[in-house]
Structures are given as structure tokens and as C-alpha cells.
Design a binder for this molecule. Structure first.
Ligand code: AMP
Ligand code: ZN
Length: 462
């Protein structure tokens, strides 16, 4: 079955027909590396990875590009406020370069932990300044942009199709625009391609317009075309990027080259926490490390994400994580039982499940349906063939089915340490994290380390 995807641009599901048969080129807006990625951000990259894995399962060769935004993303997502990197530098006393290096390393480690395949190329914005300058120069030459006292702006009125991605027309945007703080712009929704830097601005480069730095939107256009060519297949990102960032990418990119660049725009919905937006003030901007500290392995978070289709909102709660952990543990137990059975399964039955799996994933990545189908398959009489087929499906799920093994205490552990571990399991189930931490320390004092697993715990000698 041919993969069908929902294209934000056309607002319908379409067959994905790559420009070059057998090869797919995809671009993903990467992290802005001024602060650690939240589990919300990570959902966007689990989606990117699922898309790539489905394409590869279907036999496509995928070239995937994800940029690293290490300059130019302003606090407002538009043209107002400080550069996020600059702000973080002032707050921490570190240089933007130091911050970007630390955060990028942590981000890469998070995506590795989540079994997200590393994109083919992860270009940094700061390594592509000359390419961005070329695009801005071309837009000025063609009359789509104008220079002001504080930067170079794209003239939205020169692109009548502006708004085609989000479906909001120029007039509506004009009325909806906030009272403009930037008096240099000719039209309130014109956007910055390039910003002139104040002398004390930390990140700045020589350009035809003096010392300055790029706008966020131009980065993705320049890097997308540099690494994937003037026309490529897919562009992904979170839904928050549709109305500003991606609308601007389309406008500047199509005016620059005179044609459409991206064929399929795909966007993931948000991850919510306790039904609402993640926010610093609510203290619920959770990181992957927060989950790990509470004993949830990254694969549990991946399993949690996979149970909701990428275009639906997903609601994170600790109870939902517990449910995911329990379900994943049961799934692993089933897989082990199948793995250890010498019985054979009828080929027609296996083919039927394969077809159902492929139909689900190719229907705009209906991974939750594919997982439901896997559960049904695991209820069949135990058979190694079923385990082998589940392993094949795991090329798409990436839930470590090849690593499942019976979790058992393999060393001689004194009874009192086991008793403490059991007590800790009870505390964890009651979400009494303080007690759980206290018991972990007590176990450590007796010379043992305890690790939480999908089905309970593992004790090792320190
Ligand atoms: P940023 O680092 O802010 O540019 O965001 C990185 C990616 O995460 C973008 O694709 C965003 O659209 C996406 N994103 C941000 N917050 C969430 C969220 N709560 N749920 C899902 N995706 C998100
Ligand atoms: Zn982008």
C-alpha cells in the first residue's frame, strides 16, 4: 500500500509521491538550542522518526535534514523581543557558543535514548551564514524585500499567496496583528529576514548590511535548499510553526526561487501536560531526565507517544506514564513467551497481520492502530514466528523488542536488600517519590544499586 499523508497545505490526505522514485527528502525544524528540550519538543522528533521509519519500511531511501537553531530565534517567534540564545547567554553568563554546544549534546543524547535515528545531516545555523546572506540578497534584488534602519524585511504584500498554509488571508492577518512595536516595517506582518546588530549584540557577522545576524525563518529556507535541493518532498514541524515560521518560509522561499519548494507539509499536534500547556510557571516543563529520575525508561515515553496518532493532542500525566509502563511490561512478557515457543504459525495468518500492520502505518502513520493490531496478534497461541514478525514491525516502532529478556535478579542479593527493594516498589507505585529515593539511598549504603525496569527492578552490586 502506498503511504498517504495529511498535507497541511492542501488540508487533505494525499498519496506521497516522491520527486525521485524510491528516494524521499525531508526537512525538520530542529531545536532552538538555548534551553533543554522538553518532552513536548521531543514528541515532534518522535514523529519525525516515525515518518522516516515508515518510509524506510516501505523501501524508500530517506535523506533527512534537521537544523540546529543556534541564532536568530526571537522570543516572540516573530520580530520582537530578544534573541533566545542572547537572552540565555545573559541569564547564565555563558557564551552563546557554550550554551549551544551543551544543549545540542544533551539533545542528541535524548534523541539517541528515544531510539530516534539521527538525521542524515544536522546543520547548524551559524555554519550557514553565507548561504543565508545569498538568499536575502536575491530577495532584495528581486524587489521582495526592503532595508530599514534595523534590518531587512520581507514585503508580504508582494506575495499574494501569503497565508495559504494556515488558511488565514492577508486582510484577516492585518486586522489581527498586534499594535506594531516595530515602526520600521511597511506592513505589520512583514517579517525580518535579517537583523542589524547593536554593538553589544553577542552573535553578529559581516554582511552587505553591516554587522548583523540572520532571522530565524531564513535559516530553514537556506539550509533546506542547500542540503535537499530546490525542490524536496516533506517538511515537518509542530503545529505552532504553521502560522508564522512555515508561512514565512513558503513566502521567502517561493519568491526567491520562483517555484514551490516543498510538496508535503506535515505537522505534529502538541503534547499537553495535565490537559494544559506546558509552562515554566506551572513547573511542568518536563524533560526526559525528569522522567528518567522517576524511573521511567525513555522507551516508555516513546511507547506513550506511539499510542496517539501524531495529529492528535497527547495528554501527559504521571498516571498515563504508569499505564504506559505497565502496558509495555505486559507487551514484553508476551514477546518473551512467543520468543521461547517452538510452535509454528500458519503463513496465511502472519500475512494477514502483516497486511493490517502495513495498512495502518501507511494510513497517515496510524501507529496506534498498528500497536492495537500487535496486541491482538500477541494473543494468538505462542509461537516464535509471531515474535519474529513483531521484530519486523519494531523497525517502525523502535521499542527495543530485540532486547526483551526476562527480568530477574541474577546475583545473590541479601534478603534485607530485597525487602528494601520491594518496599521501594510499593512506594513507587504509590508515587511516594521521597520515600522511594530514601530507600534507594539505603540500598546504596548496603553496596547495591537499584534500577527500575518495565516489569519491576533490577539490583546490581555497586
Ligand atoms: P523549538 O526548539 O521551540 O523550535 O521547538 C522544537 C520543535 O518542538 C518544534 O517543531 C515545535 O513545533 C515543537 N514543539 C514545541 N512544543 C511542543 C509541544 N508541547 N508538543 C509537541 N511539539 C512541540
Ligand atoms: Zn524551521
Amino acid at each position: 500500500m502506498q503511504l498517504r499523508v495529511y498535507n497541511t497545505l492542501t488540508r487533505k490526505k494525499e498519496e506521497l509521491i516522491p520527486i525521485k522514485p524510491g528516494q524521499v527528502s525531508m526537512y525538520t525544524c530542529g531545536p532552538t538550542v538555548y534551553k533543554l528540550a522538553t518532552i513536548g519538543n521531543l514528541r515532534a522528533y518522535v514523529f519525525m522518526d516515525e515518518l522516516r521509519r515508515v518510509l524506510e519500511y516501505d523501501g524508500m531511501k530517506v535523506k533527512s535534514v534537521m537544523n540546529i537553531t543556534d541564532v536568530g530565534h526571537l522570543v516572540s517567534d516573530g520580530d520582537d523581543g530578544e534573541d533566545k540564545m542572547e537572552k540565555s547567554a545573559h541569564e547564565t553568563g555563558k557564551t552563546p557558543l557554550e550554551i549551544a554546544a551543551t544543549i545540542t549534546a544533551q539533545f542528541m543524547s535524548d534523541i539517541d535514548a528515544l531510539n530516534i535515528k539521527r538525521p542524515t545531516v544536522c546543520p547548524k545555523a551559524t555554519d550557514n551564514i553565507p548561504e543565508m546572506i545569498e538568499v536575502v540578497k536575491a530577495l532584495l534584488d528581486k524587489g521582495y524585500a526592503y532595508e530599514t534602519e534595523d534590518g531587512i524585511y520581507f514585503s508580504v504584500e508582494k506575495f499574494p499567496e501569503y497565508g495559504k498554509l494556515s488558511g488565514v488571508n492577508l486582510e484577516e492577518q492585518r486586522h489581527g496583528a498586534r499594535v506594531e512595536v516595530n515602526s520600521f516595517k511597511r506592513h505589520p506582518i512583514d517579517f525580518a529576514l535579517w537583523k542589524k546588530a547593536a554593538p553589544n549584540h553577542l552573535q553578529q557577522w559581516d554582511s552587505p548590511w553591516g554587522r548583523s545576524f540572520p532571522g530565524w525563518h531564513i535559516e530553514c529556507t537556506a539550509m533546506g535548499v542547500k542540503y535537499l535541493g530546490e525542490r524536496f518532498d516533506i517538511h515537518t514541524g509542530g503545529v505552532d510553526h504553521i502560522p508564522i515560521h512555515h508561512e514565512n518560509e513558503i513566502a521567502q522561499g517561493e519568491c526567491w526561487l520562483g517555484h514551490r519548494i516543498v510538496n508535503y507539509w506535515m505537522h505534529n499536534e502538541f503534547l499537553l501536560v495535565d490537559g494544559g500547556k506546558m509552562s515554566k510557571s506551572l513547573g511542568n516543563n518536563y524533560l526526559l531526565s525528569d522522567l528518567q529520575a522517576k524511573g521511567y525508561a525513555p522507551v516508555i515515553f516513546r511507547y506513550f507517544c506511539l499510542n496517539v496518532q501524531y495529529r492528535q493532542k497527547i495528554n501527559f500525566t504521571w498516571d498515563a506514564m504508569d499505564a504506559a509502563m505497565t502496558a509495555y511490561g505486559k507487551l514484553c512478557a508476551q514477546l518473551i513467551a512467543h520468543k521461547n515457543s517452538p510452535v509454528k504459525t500458519d503463513k496465511a495468518v502472519l500475512d494477514d497481520f502483516t497486511k493490517k500492520f502495513e495498512d495502518a502505518i501507511n494510513d497517515d502513520l496510524n501507529v496506534p492502530l498498528a500497536i492495537g493490531m500487535l496486541w491482538t496478534m500477541l494473543k494468538l497461541p505462542k509461537s516464535r514466528d509471531i515474535y519474529d514478525l513483531a521484530l519486523k514491525f519494531d523497525k517502525v516502532f523502535a521499542l527495543d523488542f530485540d532486547k526483551v529478556k526476562e527480568e530477574k535478579v541474577e546475583i545473590e542479593v541479601p534478603d534485607d536488600v530485597v525487602a528494601l527493594a520491594e518496599e521501594r516498589l510499593v512506594a513507587r507505585k504509590a508515587k511516594n517519590w521521597a520515600e522511594s529515593d530514601r530507600l534507594r539511598n539505603e540500598i546504596a549504603e548496603r553496596g547495591y544499586a537499584i534500577k527500575d525496569t518495565a516489569t519491576g527492578y533490577e539490583i546490581t552490586k555497586k
